[in-house]
Design a protein around this ligand. Structure first.
Ligand SMILES: [Zn+2]
Length: 261
């Protein structure tokens, strides 16, 4: 019998349409929540031993929800600074370790490839979900590497579509602070924030990538705008922040995540 006339074909199409509709609806719900900020957003972190090393296994094993408390404190403090009428904008939970590796992101900025990857990632995430609690609003898969074996990491990604991200991080206690900075940056992408550094020199853009664009003198800035990623200390130099105390949410980012009009 030719496959064309099989009723299974129509069932398959119906199932696919249902999945697409569900994906679209949950994306819309999650996005409207980040537009309102009337209740805390539940963020779940899924650790992954990305290089299969002993070092990463030991590091992932000692992680607790408390390891990510500085991220909650950051949103609390910054929310208060922007007079957000919500005490705890973000709640961070730790899921059990995920044994599988997420699909590798595409090279370059081809939009279609990114869309295809994001669908694959969401399917993979659904299949490998280890979280048993209330449904997360945002999901971040954090892939840990032994820094001795891999001193440079692949790029991290956070997508507003599906509020999902893959973060590459170092499996070492003294990197906890900078890991949290990267996790927060990607999390803010899932809330709709855009990058604020120039692609060429990794320098913060002025004025949006500055926490205090009106400071006199302008340099050195004391903190990095979280979406700019670096502290502009002079006209030519910008330093990587070591922990959450050295980052803040700038005005444009606050607008993008609907904290200010
Ligand atoms: Zn970014």
């Amino acid at each position: 019998m030719p496959q064309r006339s099989s009723p299974w074909r129509w069932i398959r199409i119906a199932v696919l349409l249902f999945i697409l509709a569900t994906v679209a609806q949950s994306a819309w719900l999650a996005r409207s929540r980040t537009a309102e900020w009337t209740s805390s957003l539940r963020v779940v972190i899924y650790p992954i031993n990305a290089d299969g090393s002993q070092v990463s296994a030991a590091y992932v094993g000692q992680l607790r929800s408390a390891s990510f408390e500085p991220i909650e404190a950051f949103f609390k403090g910054e929310g208060a600074r922007y007079r957000l009428p919500l005490r705890d904008p973000v709640e961070v939970k730790l899921a059990p370790t995920v044994a599988s590796q997420p699909p590798a992101p595409p090279f370059g900025g081809n939009r279609l490839a990114v869309v295809a990857w994001s669908l694959r990632l969401r399917y993979w995430a659904w299949w490998n979900d280890t979280w048993k609690g209330l449904r997360p609003h945002a999901r971040l898969f954090v892939a840990y590497y032994d820094p001795a074996a891999r001193p440079r990491l692949p790029h991290s990604t956070g997508l507003q579509q599906g509020m999902i991200g893959v973060v590459n991080a170092f499996a070492r206690a003294d990197m906890d602070g900078s890991n949290n900075v990267v996790i927060t940056h990607e999390l803010l992408h899932t809330f709709g924030a855009t990058d604020k550094y120039d692609a060429a020199g990794n320098r913060p853009q002025f004025p949006d990538g500055y926490v205090e664009p009106n400071a006199q003198p302008l340099h050195p800035q004391q903190q990095a705008e979280i979406m700019a990623g670096r502290i502009p200390v002079s006209e030519t130099r910008a330093e990587i922040p070591a922990d959450m105390d050295q980052v803040a949410i700038g005005l444009k980012t606050a607008r993008e995540i609907h904290w200010v009009k």
